[in-house]
Design a protein around this ligand. Sequence first.
Ligand SMILES: C[S@@+](CC[C@H](N)C(=O)[O-])C[C@H]1O[C@@H](n2cnc3c(N)ncnc32)[C@H](O)[C@@H]1O
Length: 197
Amino acid sequence: MEQPFRKDMSHLSWDEVYARQMKRADLVPEWMDALALKAGDRVLEVGAGPGYVSLVLAERVGPQGLVYAIDRSAEALAHLERLQRERGVSQVRRLVADAATLDGEDLEANRALCTMVLHHADDAAALLRNLYRLLPPHSRIVVAEFHPQGPCEVGAPREHRLAPEQVQAWCEDAGFRVLDMRRQTPEHYMLVAERAP
Ligand SMILES: C[S@@+](CC[C@H](N)C(=O)[O-])C[C@H]1O[C@@H](n2cnc3c(N)ncnc32)[C@H](O)[C@@H]1O
């Protein structure tokens, strides 16, 4: 029987999370296009989990680019490490850290993706404030979440879903200018924002 949702993700194995990531695969190209992500780019993936999205990003940026896969779970990133080894992918750098407090002094990226993470975060507003600190001016970010008015056939239960207006307000309070907000499917929406100077 399926375990009830837990914000800390302890209701799922990382294999199960990976399987869920694969089911959302169709969302990823739109996130990458909104970031204008191309070969040679450096991108932060905040809350990478077991790494399905990180590997798709790695394919897009190619061997000259770099993906920083940040997650607070060492087990999730160990899953990604195993897949990197099996597939010979070296352009993903894994960082076990809380994205809300990560210092990130040595990170060099001007794009960031934060998808299906904020409803698991202890302090989503602090995470976005720290993301502002980690990125240079004019960096592009994409934030995606489950829509509270979706059918809730997949993803987080309705009571854990974040309203797009709430996510927009957190982004703006952190110093990002929201450029676009769109529904990707009945269950999912995304925001595109730019870091103010
Ligand atoms: C549902 S998974 C999303 C994975 C991936 N972003 C995706 O779109 O499929 C959420 C991930 O966010 C991570 N997470 C939540 N809060 C975090 C934080 N403050 N810092 C780093 N990782 C965090 C969790 O450990 C988990 O791996």
